[in-house]
Each structure stands twice: as structure tokens, then as C-alpha cells.
Design a protein. Structure first.
Length: 87
């Protein structure tokens, strides 16, 4: 699913012009994507000069927890290595 980061969008309209399905419109000076019309062609993602359009991949809470746990384990390992190097 493609989404617009409102904090990065400048409302230039390049994404609107590039969309073959007319799935994007400018509302209140920022792009909005109609997910029902979007076919995930990524033309808008490629053309946005601000990098405001990004692909979001839904993840379950279980998957997210596993990712966070893995990152914590890696961080603890790195900290332990640094402590060993200190002395």
C-alpha cells in the first residue's frame, strides 16, 4: 500500500500527473491516494522529488514483537562487545 507522508509532501502535483489511474489528488496542499483506485504501479513513488510517497507493508503485532526482540538482542550484544573492548 502506498501512502503519503504529509510532513514531506509539498503539493507540487507531479504524482497526480504521473498516476495512470487518477488515484491521487491534492487536498489541502498535500497529496492523497485513493487506495481503491491505486494499482501499486509505483510511478508516483519514483517521481516524487520530496520522497513523500512510501510503500507501507502491514505487519502483525507478533511479527513486530519478533523484530523488536531481535533488535534488542543485537543491541545488547553490541554493548557487551564494546564493554569488553573497553577493558
Amino acid at each position: 500500500m502506498l501512502q503519503v507522508r504529509q510532513d514531506l509532501c509539498r503539493g507540487c502535483g507531479l504524482c497526480v500527473e504521473s498516476c495512470p489511474r487518477q488515484a491521487i489528488s491534492i487536498v489541502s496542499a498535500t497529496a492523497q491516494i485513493n487506495q481503491d483506485r491505486c494499482n501499486q504501479c509505483h510511478l508516483c513513488l519514483d517521481i516524487c522529488p520530496q520522497g513523500a510517497i512510501m510503500e507501507m507493508t502491514p505487519v502483525s503485532e507478533h511479527e513486530l514483537q519478533a523484530i523488536v526482540t531481535g533488535l534488542k538482542d543485537k543491541a545488547e550484544d553490541i554493548i557487551a562487545r564494546i564493554e569488553r573492548l573497553k577493558g
